[in-house]
Design a protein around this ligand. Structure first.
Ligand code: SAM
Length: 204
């Protein structure tokens, strides 16, 4: 569902540079000697904030291109005083273009937009060009975790993975939530409706 434009949330991004990044500087204290986990399309941030609490030694980046949503997410980081999450309030491709090969320890894709029309297939975040980019950025043996409620996107993603260099570690049509995991806004919503949550785990 599209979030209505909120002036305060967009302004929040300018008012809180301490939680915003426009690139990754690995010499910065925030990233130095830490594992880097990235969520692509973080929405309002429930997943990444919960993950950051569970993994305080990891540096997390929440990528969210819709400014209103990124502002709401950034406010949660500030309000909950989460020290290990930064928000990149722009398109993922922009951040990726600044990152060198094998610099990321984990990717999360939670309930990304399914883009149901065939003519929009290239926009799906599991289209082969995106998979190739995650593969380039991940360190050897590192993981990408994908979750979705959408059957067609799940099937499409498995087909795209076949074309990629990733090893398919796991593909579950019905994923039973694990304690070490966290739940995004969308996952919580679909679980309430008793819809099966699909999960794919890929290894470089
Ligand atoms: C369907 S929502 C899911 C939000 C959240 N991950 C969840 O599970 O509740 C997908 C989000 O991904 C964001 N998004 C989609 N493509 C993106 C891209 N290329 N770069 C950054 N954000 C993106 C959208 O703006 C949207 O907020």
């Amino acid at each position: 569902m599209r979030t209505k434009f909120k002036r305060w949330a967009v302004d929040y991004l300018d008012e809180h540079p301490e939680v915003i990044i426009d690139k990754v500087n690995f010499d910065d204290e925030f990233f130095k000697d830490k594992k880097l986990h990235i969520e692509v399309g973080s929405g309002k941030g429930d997943f990444i904030i919960e993950m950051a609490k569970k993994n305080p030694s990891v540096a997390f980046i929440a990528i969210e291109k819709v400014k209103t949503v990124a502002g709401m997410l950034s406010k949660k980081i500030v309000d909950e005083k989460i020290p290990n999450v930064k928000c990149f309030p722009n398109d993922a491709a922009i951040l990726f273009s600044t990152l060198k090969d094998e610099s990321v320890d984990k990717f999360y894709l939670n309930f990304v937009d399914p883009w149901p029309k065939k003519k929009h297939a290239k926009r799906r975040l599991t289209y082969i060009s995106f998979l190739n980019e995650y593969y380039r950025l991940l360190k050897k043996d590192s993981l990408l975790v994908f979750k979705s409620d959408n059957d067609s996107l799940f099937e499409f993603s498995l087909e795209e993975i076949e074309k990629s260099k990733f090893k398919l570690e796991l593909a579950e049509f019905t994923y039973n939530f694990e304690e070490s995991d966290a739940m995004s806004e969308y996952e919580a919503k679909f679980r309430k409706l008793n819809q099966p949550i699909h999960r794919i785990v890929l290894r470089k």
